[in-house]
Design a protein around this ligand. Structure first.
Ligand code: PEP
Length: 258
């Protein structure tokens, strides 16, 4: 059975103190309104800024359902890369997930398929879980090329992995036109692409493996639309930006699984 995940991507928001406060509010909100699922069935993942990772990991130490994610890592293991953060450094904070290939990284930092493949490899090498993002821009969808692009993104950065490795990857489908815009993909659009991604994986690695991969939807998920999106058969949860910064909304999203 694949795991459900409600993941937050805080992006470049929250100071150190603000991050501590937000985590405390989420923990309190979940205690007041506990999810129906166990931690075996569903995880909450908080993608905090680097400066917050260690504190965040400490704050959730006794919360088996909550894990911490970095939002990026560097594509080399160590060395003279001033200002970069390695997977080993992230691991040393207690974070267990790394968001890789977010569309903002692809767009503003020119991250290529090859670079993302290296980040995925390092993440797996250190025993952390990559949340690998893919998704098309509006013009690509309007040109009818969205399935082809998403297939190339998945193949280009993940298909060098063997079956054991790819089975540890979480995929997040995030149509760029829906990120931070308030325009959400319809549940049918999300389901269509998620089923396509799962089939793409099944064609290479087999149906059993593909059926066990967690595929998240991201793009203006909020307290009002999460339930309908998460009820789609191939949508296993969400990667949430803006709404993950409001504890009340995020706890509602956490409680939106069947
Ligand atoms: C994201 O940051 O990955 C995201 C989906 O943002 P938002 O939920 O704000 O659209």
């Amino acid at each position: 059975m694949r795991k459900k995940i409600a993941a937050g991507n805080w992006k470049m928001n929250t100071t150190f103190d603000g991050g501590k406060q937000l985590i405390s509010e989420i923990i309190a909100g979940m205690a007041a309104n506990p999810p129906e699922q166990t931690s075996e069935e569903m995880l909450v993942v908080l993608g905090t800024p680097f400066i917050t990772l260690k504190k965040a990991a400490n704050l959730v130490k006794n919360q088996p359902q909550i894990k911490i994610a970095a939002q990026n890592c560097y594509s080399e293991e160590k060395g003279a890369y001033t200002g970069e953060i390695s997977v080993e450094m992230i691991k040393s904070t207690g974070a267990e997930f790394i968001i890789i290939g977010h569309s903002e990284r692809r767009e503003y930092f020119n991250e290529s398929f090859e670079m993302l493949a290296k980040k995925v490899d390092l993440t797996l090498k250190y025993g952390l879980t990559p949340i690998f993002c893919c998704g098309e821009k509006l013009e690509t969808r309007e040109a009818g090329a969205h399935f082809d692009l998403v297939k190339r993104q998945v193949e280009g950065s993940l298909f060098h992995l063997n079956a054991e490795e790819i089975s540890k990857v979480v995929i997040a489908y995030e149509p760029v036109w829906a990120i931070g815009t308030g325009v959400t993909a319809s549940p049918a659009q999300a389901q269509e692409m998620h089923a396509f991604i799962r089939k793409t994986i099944a064609d290479k690695y087999g149906k059993v493996l593909a059926d066990n991969i967690t595929i998240l939807y991201g793009g203006s998920v909020g307290a009002k639309n999460a339930e309908e999106l998460f009820s789609q058969p191939d949508v296993d949860g969400g990667l949430v930006g803006g709404a993950s910064l409001k504890a009340e909304d995020f706890v509602t999203i956490i409680n939106s699984f069947d």
